[in-house]
Design a protein around this ligand. Structure first.
Ligand code: DON
Length: 323
């Protein structure tokens, strides 16, 4: 295990954050419940023991513990950032005609649309995410992919790549997502070229990141859209409230209500075992542990965030805290 507090890769010594991260890592590393995602064959190969926690503050400090340099595919955490890009590409009003902001209370891959509007419920579940991905502007598939890779670069501060094995694995087994896309095509919620939209969706999910990247991406949202390390603007600040609102109400799927109640900060999980959580104005949190609970959320990740929220007083409605 390694633990460091870094500012632009300079060790700056211990802090209360370092101690808390170290404690949580040693407390939960032996927890062996849950199972890695298997429905995408390539994901089933991951080492279940990998575990890392990282905090990036809005003033550019990074605290990390465990396997924080280990790369994995970002999976559904991508939905947050692609939603932001769709908002920038089309504006709030138009995006709202294609995807709602209502929690489903259902699993992330439920094949359901809102009965009246025929929209997918929200951009954090698969149906809504495929719809937002289909909105990404660009002249052809390559330009659209390059625009998403460029978007990731702004949030992370380095170039990122698609893991081709995971992409092709999901592309050849993603029949549920294909069915969802056909249903939305039937109701005019996405345009004709659904195979291209699905490819881009599978590619955005297959981008390789590490736990530190997750924390910096979350910290960028916490810092009004500006990457706190590179100082580059990643997304227009006028869309931060849209992004954080849907993360808060829908980001943890059919656990979103309990998450909001107990942990109380906007978050998003992925079947890779990653979770990001955003404390507005203060910090971004990234956790990575591939053992998932029945809802597809990282088991250790949920426990770590719950305890971090309690120990650091992060719940947005904590009376002793922010207001
Ligand atoms: O659509 C899928 O199945 C994946 N590429 C992403 C799913 C995911 O991460 C759901 N999160 N818990």
């Amino acid at each position: 295990m390694s633990l460091m507090a870094n500012s632009q890769d300079q060790e700056i010594g211990s802090s209360p954050f370092s101690e808390v991260l170290k404690d949580l890592h040693s407390q939960y590393k032996s927890l062996q419940e849950g199972t890695v995602a298997k429905y995408i064959p390539e994901l089933a190969k991951v080492n279940p023991n990998l575990f890392s926690i990282c905090i990036a503050t809005t003033d550019g400090q990074i605290y990390e513990v465990g396997d924080y340099q280990q790369l994995f595919t970002i999976q559904s955490i991508s939905k947050v950032f692609v939603y932001g890009q769709a908002l920038e590409d089309h504006g709030r009003d138009y995006v709202l005609t294609r995807v709602g902001v209502e929690p489903t209370g259902e699993a992330f891959n439920a094949i359901i649309l809102d009965e009246q509007s025929k929209r997918p419920y929200n951009p954090m579940v698969n149906a809504g995410a495929i719809a937002t991905t289909s909105l990404i502007k660009g002249n052809g598939a390559t330009e659209r992919l390059n625009r998403l890779l460029e978007m990731y670069r702004r949030y992370i501060g380095r170039d990122v790549f698609v893991d081709i094995s995971v992409f092709t694995s999901e592309r050849s087994t993603g029949h549920r997502n294909r069915a969802t896309a056909h249903l939305m095509l039937n109701f005019g919620m996405i345009d004709q070229n659904i195979e291209e939209a699905l490819d881009l969706y599978f590619q955005q999910c297959s981008v390789m990141v590490n736990c530190r990247d997750l924390a910096v991406m979350a910290a960028t949202l916490a810092n009004k859209g500006v990457n706190p390390i590179s100082k580059e603007k990643a997304v227009d600040s006028c869309y931060i409230k849209d992004i954080l609102s849907v993360m808060y109400t829908c980001g943890m799927y059919n656990f979103a209500g309990e998450w909001a109640y107990k942990i109380g900060i906007p978050a998003k999980s992925g079947v890779c075992g990653g979770i990001i959580a955003v404390v507005p104005g203060q910090m971004g949190i990234g956790v990575f542990s591939p053992l998932l609970d029945a809802r597809g959320n990282s088991l250790r990740g949920v426990k770590v965030c719950e305890e971090l929220s309690q120990r650091l007083g992060l719940h947005l409605f904590e009376c002793a805290g922010n207001w």
